[in-house]
Design a binder for this molecule. Structure first.
Ligand SMILES: Cc1cc2nc3c(=O)[nH]c(=O)nc-3n(C[C@H](O)[C@H](O)[C@H](O)COP(=O)(O)O)c2cc1C
Length: 354
């Protein structure tokens, strides 16, 4: 089966020529009933959709809405052009059971995508320049039908020689550019390396607190969601929620879990420097997403905070959507699951209305 984002093609090819496969097929039926769910005050037919990544432009977002995914996240953009890591970016990852957090696991990765339930994601967060993505993002916003919601993802970029203030200013500039497109909800990807260090920005509570406040100031009434990686340290997670829950409108978790990817000979599976450890998503990380959502919900409840929680990670079937809702998620999103099963949006819609 050809995936709607085709990992056998380069990122640039997918951007120029996609979507493919079932996303070009018959649309899902439009629900008869009015939207019965909501996220951040926006009505939804189902609280389910596609997380940041596979929907690389407005054509993909529009197709996702047509296929019955009621939430669509426009892939993370930046304030300037950034190349993708070299091809390939997405391989099948053969994990036996749950992938441990922390990046210590070594796993086989290859191009046998037809049988995959977990995959790699090694793109380096490419972006077009704002001149190209701003009008396209506005088209994506307009593509949402009744009971559907476009969420715009962005992240800051640390330019060579830039300090913490420049990094913060880049976040604010990106937020302004995104808000100019009319995006009704914005997601800030914090699961990226912090100022060139190996550790992720979301683990630096002081930096996140400053950045979130400045971005929210720029956005005004537009709801802001923080996209987090998996926190093994629950005290650190609690500290982050305490420091930001009065500023932001929600949290989305998780991004990928890191692992060392090797080929059948034990050599790095992905070409190029710095890519021996890459992000893994899909079935093998669901445990971590569910664990994070459960703990986020506990921190939220303890604080009495009015924030939404969006559960992400390993949702491949309607039962996984339900597990996230039971763990405390207000809405749920998938990336791998939609690639493997483009009918998953419709299936969750049916299960959420029964
Ligand atoms: C092809 C692909 C590209 C992705 N790109 C981004 C991205 O640009 N920004 C982001 O925040 N997450 C990105 N992600 C991570 C997903 O949003 C999600 O957090 C992760 O894949 C876990 O969900 P899953 O198990 O359903 O795939 C990407 C994932 C995939 C599969």
């Amino acid at each position: 089966m050809t995936w709607f984002y085709d990992p056998r093609r380069t990122y640039e090819d997918n951007l120029a020529a996609g979507p493919f496969g079932a996303f070009l097929g018959e649309p899902a039926p439009v629900p008869d009933a009015p939207p019965g769910h909501s996220l951040l005050g926006r009505p939804l037919h189902s609280p389910f959709g596609i997380a940041a990544g596979p929907l690389v432009n407005a054509a993909y977002c529009a197709a996702a809405f047509r296929q019955g995914f009621d939430l669509a996240v426009y892939k993370t953009v930046r304030t300037g052009h950034q190349e993708s890591h070299p091809f390939p970016n997405t391989l099948a990852v053969h994990v036996d059971g749950d992938l441990p957090a922390g990046g210590s696991a070594t796993v086989l990765a290859d191009s046998d995508l037809d049988a995959a339930t977990s995959i790699s994601n090694s793109f380096g967060v490419p972006s077009r320049s704002p001149d190209a993505w701003q009008p396209d993002m506005a088209d994506a916003v307009a593509a949402a039908g009744e009971g559907q919601l476009l969420i715009a993802s962005f992240q800051g970029t640390r330019r060579d020689g830039g300090d913490g203030d420049a990094y913060l200013a880049d976040h604010v500039a990106a937020a302004r550019l995104v808000a100019e497109t009319g995006a009704p909800v914005v997601e800030l990807n914090l699961s990226c390396p912090n100022e060139g260090t190996g550790s992720l920005l979301c683990f630096d509570t002081a930096a996140v607190t400053r950045i979130a406040a400045a971005v929210k100031d720029q956005l005004g009434d537009v709801p802001l969601i923080l996209k987090l990686a998996y926190f093994a340290d629950d005290a650190a997670l609690g500290q982050l929620v305490r420091a930001t829950a009065h500023v932001v409108d929600g949290y989305a978790a998780i991004n990928t879990l890191p692992a060392r990817l090797v080929d059948a000979e034990g050599a790095p599976a992905l070409p190029g420097a710095g890519r021996d450890i890459a992000g893994v998503c899909g079935d093998a990380i669901r445990w971590a997403g569910l664990d994070m959502v459960g703990r986020l919900a506990r921190h939220r409840d303890r604080l009495g905070a009015d924030v939404a929680i969006v559960g992400v990670g390993g949702v491949l079937a309607p039962a996984h959507h339900l597990a996230y809702r039971t763990a405390g998620a207000d809405a749920v999103m998938c990336a791998t699951g939609a690639l493997l099963d483009p009918g998953l949006g419709s299936a969750v819609r049916r299960s959420a209305s029964s």
